[in-house]
Write a protein that binds this ligand. Structure first.
Ligand SMILES: O=C(O)c1ccccc1NCC(=O)[C@H](O)[C@H](O)COP(=O)(O)O
Length: 280
């Protein structure tokens, strides 16, 4: 189903996603989800992530997709790291107060301690909600609508180009906006061929989980002018977000720095004020 040549750690993540997916598919047929999706979309139209980020290059500061990430393979536990329990809605409210344009929620449970129910917990706050997971099938797209997502991450690295194109179309047909993440030139070609409008350049190497801070600058000239360009991962300070904006990012996607910050609204306001500097 997915890319045959996935390396060790990424392959392990995708394998556990596929195992859980097969269990859910066996319990609940896709046709049942399809009917439920129609009802949800009739009741609750989706919000546009693209509209929230469009034109970011021409604004004084980039739009921010602020992420709820409970843990990650690279960083370990991030939510409630100080010992307290984690309140995803409270965290998202701080992002809204700080002026975030959209919310991202990492939902993968085994390696990121994610919870798909967080999508529904933050949806009432009114911003477009991006589901970040390892999507390899249409079934997960339907689940994403039902859980409260407006947009879904599609990682070019983990699926062959033809499946990527099918998932982009299937996401749109399900009422979702596809956000295609790229790591290298080959991924960019696949994203463009798939018709992606929202493209995220991830600084994190998905095989080694190490960060390559030069990746956005390297790949941005290959992105179509009309694409909405997002720089993602390893953005530790407002100053770094401004540098990526100067390189042509409409938006930045920030997870760990906001999760670790004692004052995420302040972090975001510092970016909006153009103050830059270290992490608040
Ligand atoms: O975060 C990880 O360690 C990770 C490892 C393997 C695949 C994906 C991973 N992260 C998903 C993301 O895309 C990031 O959460 C997102 O770009 C935010 O990055 P950061 O600001 O560095 O938390």
């Amino acid at each position: 189903m997915t890319q045959g040549a996935l390396a060790g750690r990424l392959a392990a993540i995708v394998a556990s996603v596929e195992r859980r997916l097969a269990e859910r598919q066996a319990r609940r047929p896709e046709a049942v989800l399809e009917r439920a999706v129609e009802e949800v979309l009739a009741r609750e139209p989706r919000r546009s992530l693209a509209a929230a980020l469009a034109g970011g290059r021409r604004r004084p500061v980039p739009a921010v997709i602020a992420e709820i990430k409970r843990a990650s393979p690279a960083a370990g536990r991030l939510a409630g790291a100080g010992g307290g329990s984690f309140d995803p809605e409270g965290q998202a409210r701080a992002y809204v107060e700080g002026g975030a344009a959209a919310l991202s929620v990492v939902t993968e449970p085994d390696h990121f301690q994610g919870d798909v129910a967080d999508l529904g917990r933050v949806r009432p706050l009114g911003l477009p909600v991006l589901r970040k997971d390892f999507i390899v099938s249409r079934y997960q797209l339907l689940e994403s609508v039902l859980a409260g997502a407006d947009a879904v991450l599609l990682i070019a690295r983990i699926v062959p180009p033809r499946l990527l194109a099918r998932l982009v179309r299937a996401a749109e047909e399900a009422g979702l906006e596809p956000f295609v993440e790229v790591n290298d030139r080959r991924d960019v070609e696949a994203a463009v061929a798939a018709g992606a409008r929202l493209i995220g350049v991830n600084h994190r190497d998905l095989d080694t989980f190490t960060l390559d801070p030069g990746r956005f600058a390297e790949l941005v000239p290959l992105l179509p002018e009309e694409a909405i360009r997002v720089a993602a991962s390893g953005i530790a300070t407002p100053q770094r977000a401004r540098e990526l904006h100067a390189l042509g990012a409409d938006a930045v996607l920030v997870g760990e720095a906001l999760m670790r910050s004692g004052h995420p609204a302040g972090w975001l306001r510092q970016l909006a004020a153009g103050a830059g500097g270290g992490a608040p």
